[in-house]
Design a binder for this molecule. Structure first.
Ligand code: ASP
Length: 317
């Protein structure tokens, strides 16, 4: 399959979900679906990207996203190199452009970039000659997370359109929330944003989401409960009185979950703060929690993105 209208994804980079058409999202998800099965085989390796070089350039800490991209590239047969530049005093602007020039000289074919500043990945993409995938930039976007969440939902619920999804917690600092908001609304889901007023900007209403400052009301009748990590590292000043009070008001517990549909799915992008935004018992509930499915879908979605973005190169070769 290639997209719901037989059209396919034809962009040079994947920098965000905002602006993607439903057929482009469907194309990526359809292709990822096939890679789920591939990843379950004993022999996981394909030669689709043989001869191509993938550089994972991470200016910010990451375990699961970097590993997931590395596995995805290797399963497709690419040469994968990890460059970790966190902790160095890299500034935006010239230094980032210098990095781009250096990379150009090494002739990578795909660059996977994570950066602590919103917009930095796009800036880099303007100065490199290869395809760029945004692996998370500041609080702006994390497109492959939204795609893997969508694939998880589509496989567990059979559709995205018409579902009601509650995205709960630290929306203000979350690139996961932004990318998911764009994707879910584009694909015809209803989105509720749930959290304390300090972490839930009223401007989010403009995107077409409903805002809830009361967790129980926000979860009433929803199909999907998507929890967000409290991003303490991005907070300057105090947004929550204490993590204990936050847990009592906005932590996902069994009693709060009882307000959602009986078969509502629990999701979390990881890493989880157990006892802060989610009760460990709920996170580990094998009937309701899709958290490990999300990790599995992550590799498949990243294989699909690498495959689609390098297609023009392979066709030209
Ligand atoms: N891993 C996700 C991200 O990089 C979510 C999180 O860190 O809370 O944005």
């Amino acid at each position: 399959m290639s997209g719901e209208y037989g059209l396919s994804f034809k962009r040079r980079h994947l920098l965000g979900i905002e602006g993607l058409q439903p057929f482009e999202i469907a194309d990526l998800l359809d292709r990822a679906d096939g890679y789920v099965e591939q990843s379950r085989r004993t022999d996981k390796k394909l030669s689709t990207l043989r001869g191509l070089t993938q550089v994972n350039l991470f200016f910010e800490n990451s375990t699961r996203t970097r590993t997931s991209f590395e596995l995805a590239g290797k399963r497709l047969g690419a040469d994968v190199v990890n460059m970790s530049v966190q902790g160095s005093s890299i500034k935006k602007g010239e230094t980032l452009i210098d990095t781009a020039m250096t990379l150009n000289a090494m002739h990578p074919d795909v660059l996977v970039v994570r950066h602590q500043d919103s917009g930095a990945v796009e800036l880099l993409a303007r100065h490199v000659r290869c395809a760029v995938i945004n692996a998370g930039d500041g609080s702006h976007e994390h497109p492959t997370q939204a795609l893997l969440d969508a694939l998880t939902i589509r496989r567990r619920k059979g559709r995205i359109e018409g579902l009601t999804v509650a995205i709960c917690g630290d929306v203000l600092h979350s690139r996961v929330a932004r990318s998911n908001l764009h994707l879910l609304l584009t694909m015809g889901a209803r989105v509720r944003l749930v959290g304390p007023p300090t972490l839930l900007p009223a401007s989010m209403r403009a995107f077409g989401a409903d805002l809830f400052f009361d967790m129980r009301k926000g979860l009433e009748g929803v199909d999907i409960v998507m929890m967000l990590r409290l991003q303490l590292e991005r907070m300057q000043g105090s947004y929550v009185p204490s993590t204990r009070e936050y847990f009592s008001l906005f932590g996902l517990t069994r009693d709060k979950l009882a307000h959602a549909k009986p078969d509502a799915l629990i999701m979390h992008p990881g890493p989880m703060n157990r006892g802060v935004e989610i009760d460990g018992v709920v996170a580990d509930d094998i009937d309701r929690s899709a958290i490990l499915d999300q990790v599995e879908m992550g590799v498949a979605v990243r294989m699909a993105c690498l495959d689609i973005l390098t297609e023009p190169l392979r066709e030209a070769a």
